[in-house]
Design a protein around this ligand. Structure first.
Ligand SMILES: Nc1ncnc2c1ncn2[C@@H]1O[C@H](COP(=O)(O)OP(=O)(O)OP(=O)(O)O)[C@@H](O)[C@H]1O
Length: 304
């Protein structure tokens, strides 16, 4: 049985390369002031999943809060999906794609309010070659950019910006993809193929404006060329991109094959190069605390 009283806080001490003492202090004192018991686990980078699984089995917490980046959010999601335990996010990484997608506020006290609130929803998660994906994975030039960013050691948007031009010049694009879904087999050529559960990359680029995180479907988007005018549109909340630039398939299961090995990333983490991907969705299997506006948007959309 779930303990209504315990909140587990998972902290990645190295996330975002910044000191988190202040955030930890704020989170812990707020939890105590609301009369919850508190358990704090600091990740070490090794054996964290087994350690968190153990704490969850022993304490059966009511909620797990993450102070970290997308990698730590994904680690906790692996531990609590398919369980009635809610995830709260206090973004503190160099990339915070889930926080960007659900529109979390920028100030820590407001983030804590959301993480502890009753505004909760169930979101879908995707598995790609058995690896969990929360917001967006892709094959192609963006994954190559993520690899070059990770290797460069320069964090944040500046790091991405500095790697973008060399990546464009050195990439092997275009890539050839074969996409098999229940609708049949399609062959596509493009600079990148995105597998999207949510709308945005961690940088805020809105590449999948019509995607819904709780509709039991994911989108496969093939971007055909480096059209900078179309790319700039992704900075908008509801970009209308040309079908000459991007094609979209919405589905709940797919097999993607590539002619040669293609760089691959999930939720901003480079995963090597792959020749094929099996993609499945697990419908509404992760419970997450979100801002009220995001919750209302999704309730309304479900009733459309
Ligand atoms: N104590 C630790 N020491 C070293 N690495 C750690 C530690 N705890 C977690 N990690 C590593 O941190 C990574 C996850 O970081 P996370 O995504 O939360 O933050 P981030 O700042 O966005 O990270 P990155 O910029 O590397 O993507 C994982 O690779 C994990 O193995």
């Amino acid at each position: 049985m779930k303990s209504e009283n315990v909140i587990l806080v998972v902290v990645n001490p190295i996330a975002g390369d910044n000191d988190k003492d202040n955030i930890i202090e704020l989170v812990c004192s707020e939890i105590k002031s609301r009369n919850f018991s508190l358990e704090v686990y600091k990740t070490t980078g090794e054996g964290d999943k087994a350690a968190i699984d153990r704490i969850i089995n022993e304490d059966n917490p009511y909620r797990v809060l993450v102070i970290g980046g997308d990698g730590t959010v994904s680690l906790v999601a692996q531990c609590i999906h398919q369980k009635e335990i809610c995830l709260g996010i206090i973004p503190a990484g160099s990339a915070n794609g889930m926080a960007v997608n659900i529109g979390l506020p920028t100030e820590v006290p407001q983030q804590i309010d959301v993480a502890l609130s009753d505004n909760i929803m169930k979101m879908d998660i995707i598995f790609i070659n058995n690896k969990l994906c929360l917001h967006i994975a892709d094959l192609g030039i963006n994954a190559e950019l993520v690899k070059n960013y990770e290797n460069s050691g320069i964090r944040g948007k500046l790091g991405y910006f500095l790697q973008s031009i060399p990546t464009i010049f050195n990439s092997d694009y275009p890539f050839e993809f074969e996409i098999e879904t229940a609708q049949g087999i399609e062959k596509k050529t493009g600079i990148l193929l995105a597998i999207a559960n949510a709308n945005k990359f961690g940088t805020g680029a809105n590449i999948n404006p019509d995607g819904k995180i709780n509709d039991g479907k994911f989108e496969i988007l093939v971007f055909k060329n480096l059209d900078f005018i179309e790319i700039l549109k992704t900075a908008q909340e509801k970009p209308e991109m040309s079908p000459d630039f991007v094609s979209v398939i919405s589905t709940d299961k797919a097999t993607i094959k590539n002619k040669a090995k293609v760089p691959f990333q999930i939720d901003g983490e480079f995963m090597g190069e792959i020749e094929s991907a099996e993609v499945l969705i697990e419908k509404e299997s992760l419970t997450i605390a979100v801002p009220q506006a995001y919750l209302e948007l999704h309730k309304k959309e479900q009733h459309l």
